[in-house]
Design a protein around this ligand. Structure first.
Ligand SMILES: *[C@@H]1O[C@H](CO)[C@@H](O)[C@H](O)[C@H]1NC(C)=O
Ligand SMILES: *[C@@H]1O[C@H](CO)[C@@H](O)[C@H](O)[C@H]1NC(C)=O
Ligand SMILES: *[C@@H]1O[C@H](CO)[C@@H](O)[C@H](O)[C@H]1NC(C)=O
Length: 545
């Protein structure tokens, strides 16, 4: 009897290890965040900001590949709140994604503990508040995922590692912006740009002469693409959203909404201070702001004109985008070279074409994908799916190809099968740059060009060294095509990173489904899951195994 029990117990332990083992042996990092309102003055006027532990921007998250992050978020705002993780894949675990399609918001005075694992990832990302247009008030911060000690990094360790959060900014409070959008208007032009929460020369990066530094730049803004450059210095691109790139040198880099880039900069110029410049792209007027690159041995402040950005428009940017490629021999999060994954040799099982538009529906400005303008349901989709609550959403409530017919409001969810390998084409007929993000995944940017995408566009795809990333731009009257392995079960948000467009419907959810219904493919519902809407009062005890 006892032996039998022992065997049984060992089998149970073994089974638990198989399910949770990967998580169990990796370090845990415990983080507590208090979300409050606070006065901030980024453009010289007092505003109500959203602070994390008293800070704007919020604290940096540092992790090593495969670390577990236990982030307990206390909401002291007067409104429900959610944090999401731009580019963090949360494998098998859309329960932690922190968007309203997967999570109930944290009510005022309450807390929620996110349990994330940065599985098989390296690189530069950011977090942001995803609900109620809070992003316009702050609440964002940088995420750095460092390589494990024995994994080679394709450049020498830099002397310093700076997070640079750039983006456009409005002086208006987020309630006011939200009311503008809800009453059916588009947003006005932003009032300025910020670098790490500060306006003109408000932030200083100090470097020692002769040494090389890593700058991790993310566009955390609401509406504008930006161009980034450093007076008198070259930037060597080394990483884009977790991919090590060919190390090309740039004078200026276009960074679209939601994107993150790492560059190396050597302090090889005469000792003085230099402008670090960010300016808006494809806008009129062009907004500009600067911060300071201060040489530690410099006694001279910044001087000379602020260097201008590229004056040619789309072609310059498109060519630059095409030059950003995967370094096939460099390691990523694992020791083997990135190029050992031959994405270009895999047959796609399915092509999804997503066309954005800006329709007026019921007299109000909306934004849509394939004629569907997303409306949030009363219950998070992930919970409705899990508890089988009928009527919250319908699968394939959005076509997988544009119909170009009249636009309508719908809670749009597209069905997809686990382990399919899909081609997604973003087709943009509007005259503005689009920026798309897919949660839970990174994808290969195989092509982008002007005009209409057709099957023959595939002849010019980069099937060898396209970069893998999670946010990509689509130029005006152009298309961008990506390949994506559906290796992550869950309910995943596909959205415009233009925050007004996202808020007014340019988003959808992709439900990646595995019939196996197994914990190997998808983590069980967390014990602390918040339940709201029609899921309120349900039991979160796991129903399957
Ligand atoms: C709120 O914080 C407490 C104390 O750390 C924790 O035990 C609890 O799980 C948190 N609540 C949620 C819903 O995560
Ligand atoms: C690619 O990565 C390797 C490290 O594996 C590095 O030596 C090489 O310089 C990189 N190539 C380019 C073009 O950046
Ligand atoms: C991909 O498709 C081609 C043509 O249909 C076929 O010859 C090839 O075997 C397929 N490759 C794989 C890996 O399935």
């Amino acid at each position: 009897m006892r032996n039998c029990c022992k065997i049984l117990c060992s089998l149970i332990v073994l089974a638990l290890l198989l399910v949770h083992g990967v998580t169990a042996e990796n370090p845990y990092r415990y983080i507590t965040w208090k979300i409050t309102y606070g006065d901030i003055y980024p453009l010289g006027v007092k505003q109500q900001g959203i602070l994390i532990n008293g800070q704007f921007p919020g604290p940096q998250i540092d992790a090593v590949t495969n670390d577990n992050l236990i982030i307990n978020v206390y909401n002291y705002l007067k409104e429900p709140f959610l944090i999401s993780w731009n580019g963090i894949q949360q494998r098998r675990n859309s329960w932690q994604d922190g968007v309203y399609g997967t999570n109930c918001p944290i009510l005022p005075g309450n807390n929620f503990t996110y349990v994330l694992q940065v599985k098989d990832q390296i690189g530069s990302y950011f977090y942001f508040p995803s609900f109620l247009f809070h992003k316009a008030a702050g609440g964002f911060g940088g995420i750095r995922i460092w390589s494990r000690p024995k994994i080679p990094v394709p450049f020498s360790p830099p002397a310093g590692d700076f997070t640079v959060l750039v983006g456009d900014w409005f002086k208006a409070n987020h309630y006011v912006l939200r009311r503008t959008l809800e009453s059916g208007h588009s947003l006005p032009s932003p009032d300025g740009l910020l670098i790490n929460g500060r306006g003109w020369n408000g932030y200083t990066f100090t470097v020692d002469p002769g040494r090389t530094y890593r700058f991790r730049i993310s566009n955390v803004g609401l509406t504008a693409s930006i161009n980034f450059r450093i007076q008198g210095h070259k930037m060597k691109l080394v990483e884009v959203e977790g991919s090590h790139t060919l190390q090309s040198t740039y004078d200026a880099l276009d960074i679209h909404l939601g994107q993150s880039y790492s560059v190396l900069v050597t302090a090889d110029q005469p000792a003085q201070d230099y402008y670090i410049v960010s300016s808006s792209r494809f806008t009129s007027p062009v907004l500009t702001t600067t911060s300071i690159l201060h040489y530690s041995n410099s006694y001279r402040g910044v001087s000379g004109p602020v260097p201008g950005g590229p004056t040619t428009q789309i072609d310059w940017s498109l060519n630059q985008a095409r030059s950003i490629r995967w370094n096939l021999t460099a390691s990523g999060p694992r020791p083997n070279p990135q190029g050992s994954y031959h994405y270009g040799k895999i047959n796609t099982s399915h092509t999804i074409i997503l066309a954005n538009s800006a329709p007026v529906i019921n007299g109000k400005q909306r934004y849509a994908v394939n004629s569907v303008s997303y409306v949030p349901p009363d219950t998070p989709l992930k919970l409705a799916d899990y508890f089988n609550i009928p009527g919250v959403f319908y699968l394939n409530s959005i076509p997988d190809n544009p119909t170009y017919s009249g636009a309508y409001l719908q809670t749009s969810v597209m069905a997809a099968n686990f382990r399919d390998f899909v081609e997604i084409v973003f087709q943009n007929w509007e005259d503005t740059v689009q920026s798309w993000h897919i949660d839970g995944y990174s994808f290969f940017v195989v092509g982008m060009d002007g005009g209409q995408w057709t099957a023959s566009s595939r002849a010019r795809y980069n099937l060898r060294d396209a970069v893998a990333r999670s946010s990509v731009q689509v130029y005006p009257k152009s298309w961008t095509a990506v390949y994506m392995a559906l290796d992550n079960v869950g309910m995943w948000n596909i959205r415009s990173e233009n925050w007004a467009r996202q808020y007014l419907g340019q988003q959808l959810y992709l439900r990646v489904y595995s019939p196996a219904n197994s914990w190997r493919d998808e983590a069980p519902i967390p014990k602390n899951a918040l339940l709201c809407g029609r899921a309120r009062g349900r039991h979160t005890r796991p129903l399957r195994h």
